[in-house]
Design a protein around this ligand. Structure first.
Ligand SMILES: [Zn+2]
Ligand SMILES: [Zn+2]
Length: 365
């Protein structure tokens, strides 16, 4: 039997339950969990903001050691995955490659059949979330071996914010020398700053709070920071001043605050691009002036939902290559056991930890 943390229903305290080991078919595996992250989505789940099959075992992005293999495990290069390998895995599973969104629209993140570990599987289906001593890799789950130069702490420090940020920066098509405003300095915003910087952006202006996170964004590559203590008009004015009076070429919203979408449209230059990836749950509405803020500005607006295998694959490669240059590892500011999961959620909600992680097997890390 393995211990796992169960979120029984919105607002109810989490508890630790026992789960039997799954029977492993060929292509399946059981991971011993090293780290599973706690992200804003877990807080939103606990507030009942997403429609999921409670009870659930939370934890979508995780790192573990292959404890047991059902046989026949290979990564996408064809290289075998063996017991003892340290891996992460794409939390999205069962994308069907057989529906309109997969095959015609070619937007697999909108496939209605996709399942996400730690979010859309029920605890009644087994060990399908990362806040557990072990995680059941169903056949077909895409595992990626962490290369030797990539420590698990570096990868989990970026966590799911890494893949979201990479998708958003891809969609923004940041070109060498362009100015980028990043709204939000949580885990998603920090990685947007890092990837914009690695893309060769010019000015990178990070906007958010508190001051410690703005300071951290400078270490990730921000050239300027603007605090939320400044009135919004002053923030917009500062962005203009830093971008030749025009506004930024690109604004990427990763904050979760609806007002940030309005601000993004005020901060972008005429003909610029805005990518919105922070509104993953329903935080309310905001008034937009279509004439002044969109049509007349000739602005391009893109919504970014979920991530694909290619984002995950490249996020592993990028953290391996640049983990010594960008301090993802230091984003882990709180470690919690399964029994402390309620405290972990509170730490993320109260912003006392930029990134909290669950260590279900503390003796292994
Ligand atoms: Zn599909
Ligand atoms: Zn997440």
């Amino acid at each position: 039997m393995y211990s796992a943390c169960v979120m029984p229903a919105p607002s109810e305290p989490l508890r630790v339950d026992q789960f039997p080991a799954p029977t492993l078919q060929p292509g399946a595996a059981l991971l011993r969990t090293l780290y599973s992250e706690v992200c804003g989505t877990d807080v939103h789940l606990h507030h009942g903001r997403l429609d999921v099959p409670f009870p659930i075992i939370p934890g979508h992005v995780s790192v573990g050691v292959v404890e047991q293999s059902g046989g026949g495990l290979r990564d996408i290069e064809g290289s075998p995955i063996k017991e003892g390998d340290v891996v992460t895995f794409l939390d999205v599973h069962e994308t069907c490659n057989n529906c309109y969104y997969c095959l015609v629209a070619r937007q697999p993140t909108k496939c209605p059949h996709r399942k996400v570990y730690g979010i859309s599987y029920s605890a009644t289906e087994g060990l399908l979330g990362g806040w557990a001593e072990a995680i059941w890799m169903k056949p077909g789950v895409k595992m990626i071996k962490l290369p030797p130069e990539l420590t698990p702490e570096t990868f989990i420090g970026g966590g799911c914010g890494l893949v979201t940020a990479l998708h958003a920066v891809d969609m923004a098509e940041v070109r060498l020398g362009e100015s980028v405003v990043v709204l939000g300095v949580g885990p998603v915003g920090q990685s947007i700053v890092a990837f914009s910087s690695l893309s060769g952006a010019g000015e990178i202006i990070a906007v958010g709070a508190p001051q410690a996170r703005l300071d951290f964004a400078k270490r990730m590559g921000a050239t300027h920071t603007l605090g939320l203590d400044l009135p919004v008009e002053a923030r917009v004015e500062s962005v203009r001043r830093l971008t030749g009076g025009r506004g930024a070429d690109v604004v990427i919203e990763g904050s979760g605050a609806p007002e940030a979408v309005r601000d993004a449209l005020d901060m972008v230059r005429d003909g610029g691009r805005v990518v919105i990836c922070g509104q993953y749950t329903d935080n309310g509405s905001i008034e937009i002036h279509p004439h002044w803020q969109i049509n007349r500005k000739h602005v391009e607006i893109k919504g970014c939902w979920g991530s694909r295998y290619d984002h995950f694959h490249r996020a592993v490669a990028l953290t391996a290559r640049y983990g010594n240059q960008k301090p993802w590892r230091e984003m882990v500011s709180g470690r919690f056991t399964l029994a402390q999961a309620n405290d972990a959620l509170a730490a993320v909600e109260n912003r006392t930890a930029i990134k909290a992680v669950i260590t279900p097997n503390p003796s292994l890390v």
